[in-house]
Design a protein around this ligand. Structure first.
Ligand SMILES: Nc1ncnc2c1ncn2[C@@H]1O[C@H](COP(=O)(O)OP(=O)(O)OP(=O)(O)O)[C@@H](O)[C@H]1O
Ligand SMILES: CC(=O)N[C@H]1[C@@H]2OC[C@@H](O2)[C@@H](O)[C@@H]1O[C@H](C)C(=O)O
Length: 369
């Protein structure tokens, strides 16, 4: 099948659109990719939406401005699909299904509550393409944490890795970071690994008025504040047996008087890298190859710290591109892949990825009218 995946991640930086041809199992042919950034005013609306979502106690509720935001977000996704199709000379009839993530506005795995706003029926009507959406809910119904879902796709990609030293660990450094461990026998374990870029983004926005630390340059001019780093790394998440997924709000940026711009950015970059290592401590063996996707791979300070830490176990850190993948497109590709798996009722999640009680499929299907 030919599928489009749509991801609006926790960084709230825009909509990623990717296309795959896949059987939802071992066949994966990657197609083109498009990123459509949100302008600052819409990011502000999303941030307000996250605050409004705190009032949700049942996942269908849309308090305050959330219903209007859901509609606008969905129409923006429809527009992104139209632009993508036009750019590649394609029409709705060329695409079998869209995998639509939506925007996570709250995620409380301990309460089995996760909400991704995004109206699948509206997207199907607007694009004329079948849509699979709400892919996290069924996992939670079966005792899973509702995240991460990308590991099934990482496993498919791993099948094409030839020269890698195993175990391999895919790391996605988005707003939050998550990792997927795959050993030479194909055994998979996955979980969120800690804060990704979200803390850094919030820190540099407040202190320097920029949305992110491009290239990790701000961090590279600062010094590590060890007590501050330790405070983050002492978070109970890193020692918890059960908790394997995170909400964006589980970690908060430092208070303004705790650090200057550069030292704060330096320390948070280290925290991002060290959190990956700390979480990797739950794995049966130290990974030998890290394959890093997500915007954080472009922060050279995070990557240098991660390389230093990995080298202690003789491991190598590669950007996704160095392993033959696309580190920007990977999550959107995963949503295309998962949509096809959903149509075929294949499992999206496994006990080793979300803690679900047994492998389960998921997602709701809205047929195009
Ligand atoms: N050139 C760059 N230099 C440094 N950091 C960058 C660069 N480009 C992007 N980033 C960081 O990556 C973030 C976006 O990453 P990405 O798109 O992978 O996250 P996401 O998909 O929204 O998050 P998640 O995976 O948690 O859902 C930005 O907010 C920024 O912090
Ligand atoms: C609830 C939610 O949206 N979680 C995201 C978030 O961003 C990264 C990490 O936390 C991961 O668990 C997940 O996204 C990826 C794409 C996933 O489900 O695999």
């Amino acid at each position: 099948m030919r599928a489009i995946g749509l991801m609006s991640g926790t960084s709230m930086d825009g909509i990623d659109v990717a296309m795959l041809t896949t059987d939802g199992e071992t066949l994966v042919e990657r197609g083109p990719f498009l990123s459509v950034p949100y302008e600052p005013a819409f990011r502000d609306k999303l941030k307000k939406g996250l605050a409004d979502a705190q009032a949700i106690t049942e996942r269908s509720q849309r308090p305050a401005s959330l219903a209007a935001l859901e509609r606008e977000l969905t129409l923006r996704h429809a527009e992104a699909v139209k632009v993508f199709l036009e750019a590649h000379g394609l029409g709705p009839g060329d695409i079998d299904v869209i995998g639509f993530h939506g925007q996570t506005v709250m995620h409380r795995p301990d309460q089995a509550l996760t909400v991704q706003i995004g109206d699948g029926a509206l997207l199907a009507r607007e694009t004329g393409i079948d849509v699979v959406y709400d892919m996290r809910a069924n996992d939670m119904i079966h005792g899973g944490q509702g995240a991460p879902l990308v590991p099934a796709y990482h496993a498919a990609l791993a099948a094409s890795l030839e020269a890698a030293a195993w175990p391999v660990c895919f790391v996605n450094i988005g707003g939050i970071s998550n990792l997927t461990y795959i050993d030479a026998e194909g055994r998979i374990l996955a979980f969120d690994s800690g804060p990704g870029n979200a803390l850094i983004d919030q820190w540099v926005e407040v202190n320097a008025g920029v949305p992110f630390d491009q290239g990790g340059v701000i961090a590279s001019e600062g010094s590590m504040l060890v007590p501050l780093a330790e405070r983050y790394l002492d978070h109970p998440f890193f020692t918890a047996d059960q908790r394997r997924s995170l909400d964006r709000n589980d970690f908060r940026p430092p208070a303004l008087d705790e650090a200057g711009l550069h030292d704060g950015a330096r320390t948070l970059a280290y925290v991002t890298a060290a959190a990956i290592q700390r979480s990797a401590g739950h794995l049966p063996h130290p990974p030998q190859t890290y394959i890093v996707g997500g915007g954080g791979r472009l922060n050279r300070t995070i990557m240098a710290d991660l390389a230093d830490i990995a080298a202690r176990h003789g491991a190598t850190v590669l950007k996704a591109e160095e392993a033959g993948f696309d580190g920007d497109a990977m999550e959107a590709e995963a949503w295309a892949y998962l949509a096809v798996r959903s149509l075929k009722r294949l499992p999206l999640t496994f006990p080793g990825t979300t803690g679900v009680s047994r492998p389960v499929s998921g997602g709701l299907l809205c047929r195009a009218p």
